[in-house]
Design a protein around this ligand. Structure first.
Ligand SMILES: *Cc1c(COP(=O)(O)O)cnc(C)c1O
Length: 432
């Protein structure tokens, strides 16, 4: 008999878990869209979203999923016949370029060996060889959600600079924004793309494209521009209506407002830190489970691992059966492997609204399913994950702890807001 009758947990790499605060914020009657609160909120989001991507420049918001953000980025900056260099560590950068082929672009793929991040030196060499400067843009995902490989965007910018190549650097941050450091201006990114439904904790339906001054310059001569996606109308029209080229996504904006308030309260650096702790705990669990021919991490090098998602290769263990067991028998939905040609696997998302009880519940459920199916297994992944998280926990000392049963008096010398235990552990000093 199934044990799934509790709060279901969906740990797939998008859409991620949406906090109740966000769901509640979206559940409102439709407003007047010609004046008042929603108009003010729109302009506030246009100011807050650049802070999230660490840029002083403009963001464009659209009603779409990530694919729409991709298309907005391409059509606003490139022209028919332009050639693109795709840096691939999984699936997503090539998918982005393949969409652009239909707009009349060509592309080539520089693929990293499986499980590895892009080698910036290989990028430099390819760009140096492009003596005619035919490459108009370099496309890369900061985190590839299929492989769970993370790319070093700053180092890739270094490769463009070392080759003195003018191509636009376009970065897909759909699966990394809010989950790991991203510094658009400091890293010299020309175009960044993200969506609501991964690290930003809002249902799918809005995408964002941040544009550097170089991207805005390219926009002036881009001939792929279309009516709906066009930046110029969205940025320069005096009419509010053109910011979204039509009716604004009011419910999503309320959800985004709530999600950004949560991120602000936590602090962006603290959120990055939390994601790192969740990722390292997941890696520790899979490393402990690992057995020859069975489970293992897809990404060997810790420096190449994403903070938002982990691909666990399953070897001789049937990945589909494992996912079906956790879902049907225990209420836990895991991501499937979408790297067709590679080994069988399961993806564990730890992006957005995820804390230790959720992650440990997820890992514990996987472990129970592995034991139930007699899967070959090393040691307990749950024990390893708990030990990993313990390293980041600040224990509350007994003087500051409440005794319970109504003794909610905060110790006189504890900081306002409930004491040191409420501070993110080591927040901020992890990502500098
Ligand atoms: C999810 C994802 C996308 C695509 O987003 P959709 O909303 O499905 O169109 C693009 N890039 C990356 C890295 C993703 O993880």
């Amino acid at each position: 008999m199934t044990l799934a009758h509790g709060q279901p947990l969906v740990m797939i790499p998008g859409p991620s878990v949406v906090p109740d605060e966000v769901l509640a914020a979206m559940h409102r009657p439709m407003p007047n869209i010609y004046e008042g609160e929603i108009v003010k909120l729109t302009y506030r989001l246009l100011e807050e979203l650049p802070v999230l991507a660490r840029t002083e420049h403009r963001v464009y918001m659209a009603i779409s999923n990530g694919h729409g953000g991709w298309e907005m980025a391409i059509t606003n900056t490139l022209s028919r016949g332009d050639h693109i260099l795709v840096l691939e560590v999984g699936k997503f950068a090539t998918a982005w370029a393949a969409n652009a082929v239909k707009s009349g672009l060509t592309y080539e793929v520089l693929e990293a060996p499986t499980g590895l991040a892009i080698d910036p030196e290989a990028v430099r060499e390819r760009l140096v060889a492009d003596t005619e400067r035919t490459i108009a843009a370099v496309l890369v995902a900061q985190v590839d959600t299929a492989s769970s490989v993370h790319n070093d965007i700053e180092a890739i910018r270094g490769a463009l600079d070392a080759a003195d190549h003018p191509a636009l650097l376009m970065v897909d941050c759909v699966a990394s924004l809010g989950c790991e450091p991203f510094e658009m201006d400091a890293w010299g990114v020309d175009v960044a793309v993200a969506g609501t439904q991964k690290g930003l904790m809002v249902p799918p339906g809005m995408s964002f494209v941040w544009a550097s001054p170089r991207a805005e310059q390219a926009h002036k001569t881009a001939d792929l521009r279309t009516g709906y996606w066009d930046w110029t109308a969205r940025a320069t029209s005096s009419e509010y209506y053109w910011i979204f080229c039509g009716t604004p996504p009011v419910s999503h904006m309320w959800g985004l407002e709530a999600a950004l308030a949560m991120l602000n309260e936590e602090g962006l650096e603290a959120a990055w830190h939390r994601h790192r702790v969740m990722a390292e705990a997941t890696h520790a669990a899979v490393d402990a489970w690992a057995a020859p021919g069975a489970l293992r991490l897809h990404v060997d090098n810790p420096a190449h691992r994403a903070q938002s998602v982990t691909l666990m290769e399953t070897g001789s263990v049937d990945a589909n059966a494992l996912r079906a067991t956790t879902q049907r028998e225990a209420g836990l939905t895991l991501g499937m492997n979408i790297q067709g040609e590679h080994a069988a696997g399961v993806r564990i998302a730890h992006m957005g609204h995820v804390n230790p009880p959720m992650l440990l519940g997820c890992l514990g459920t996987i472990e129970a399913a592995l034991i139930a199916s007699d899967a070959p297994m090393g040691a307990s992944g749950v024990a390893a994950a708990a030990a990993s998280i313990a390293g980041a926990l600040d224990p509350v000392n007994s003087r500051d702890a409440s005794a319970g049963w109504g003794s909610d008096v905060v110790a006189a010398d504890a900081p306002a807001g409930g004491g040191a235990a409420d501070e993110p552990a080591g927040g901020g000093d992890c990502c500098g």
